[in-house]
Design a binder for this molecule. Structure first.
Ligand SMILES: [Zn+2]
Ligand SMILES: [Zn+2]
Length: 341
């Protein structure tokens, strides 16, 4: 066998496809084959391959079977090198800024709608040079994303505590991407929001609300001392069939962000690229802080911070204004000290 086991090779393919925002079904096929290979173990996978029975396994197809064969018979390194090259991110003018970031404040795991465990996400973030990763799975009313109710959030906090012991000095910070409900209240118990290290608040429902109501809704959330970051503020999607921006009075919302020291997120997801530059310029005019976050739902997507760094660099945003240039301790101090209305 080559230096890489079939499961390891499949895992790397998943990573690279996620980095490239490949179609969900395609990534899922490799992830499923990887999970099966892990379950069967190396010896059994080799035996099946030698017996010519690999493709009889449910969950192994032509492409995934090919990766397994290359890992066993040789040739996987060349195959992966080609895929590495094909999916490489072009880090442009934001490279220096990217190097200055110490963490990522918005990420998802298996606990809600992510495609990897807390450990896998954290290990990848560490490999990318970060000192910390904030895990921000969804809140309960986002049922489509399997949002975390009180009980499941508490279970997740226990898991994070365990993984933190294994990965120290790397730090996993606790958090949530909490839904901003229609009346501007937050979709999680206040005692839990208080306990979490970093809270991102986002609008995910009733996106067509009239501007005046939407403005009030967002200002209410931003004014909460528990909210640290306003997530993907316009809700737009710029790929596929797309999605229009929600309507809100940006001057009022960003003035509130500045007043309550809530950072405006630069969401790095290629299909979001939120906020657009003219709105970001407005937020900067109000002297808002920003947070450059991937909103990663898989390890490979943690590399997307480069996109937000390019944007921030183009717009001359000083590193001091970017909350994730702070150390974990400074970030926590900031998050615990928002002015109260
Ligand atoms: Zn979101
Ligand atoms: Zn998110």
């Amino acid at each position: 066998m080559s230096t890489m086991s079939p499961a390891e090779a499949l895992d790397r393919v998943v990573y690279l496809l996620d980095r490239d925002l490949a179609e969900g079904r395609r990534v899922a096929a490799y992830a499923k084959a990887r999970d099966l290979a892990r379950e069967l173990g190396d010896d059994e996978v080799v035996r099946l391959h030698r017996a010519g029975e690999l493709l009889d396994q449910p969950g192994i197809g032509k492409s995934t079977g090919n990766v397994i064969a290359l890992a066993i018979d040789g040739g996987i390194d060349e195959h992966l090198a080609a895929l590495e090259a094909e999916t490489t991110l072009d880090v442009g003018e934001g490279a220096a800024l990217r190097a200055a970031l110490k963490g990522d404040c918005h990420s998802h795991t298996y606990w809600s709608d992510g495609g990897a465990s807390v450990t896998e996400m954290a290990t990848t973030a560490r490999g990318l040079g970060h000192e910390y990763l904030v895990i921000t799975d969804h809140s309960p009313r986002l049922t489509i994303a399997h949002g975390l109710n009180r009980e499941r959030l508490l279970q997740q906090l226990d898991e994070i505590e365990r993984v933190n012991e294994e990965l120290a000095p790397f730090r996993i910070l606790t958090g949530m991407e909490v839904d901003i409900l229609q009346d501007g209240s937050l979709d999680q118990d206040v005692d839990l929001l208080e306990r979490l290290d970093v809270v991102v608040a986002s609008v995910h429902s009733k996106l067509r609300m009239p501007e005046q109501e939407m403005t009030r809704r967002m200002v209410m959330a931003v004014a909460s001392p528990h909210v640290d970051i306003l997530g993907h503020c316009t809700g737009r999607k710029v790929m596929g069939s797309g999605r229009p921006q929600i309507q809100f009075d940006a001057d009022i919302v960003f003035a509130a962000c500045a007043r309550f020291d809530t950072a405006v997120e630069i969401n790095c997801r290629p299909e979001r690229q939120d906020p657009p530059e003219e709105l970001l310029a407005l937020a900067l005019g109000w002297e808002c802080k920003v947070s450059i976050d991937t909103d990663a739902h898989a390890p490979g997507q943690l590399e997307w911070q480069a996109y937000g760094c390019d944007k921030a660099s183009r717009m001359d945003i000083e590193p001091e204004r970017i909350v994730n240039t702070m150390s974990a301790d400074d970030l926590l101090t900031w998050a615990q000290n928002h002015p109260v209305l």
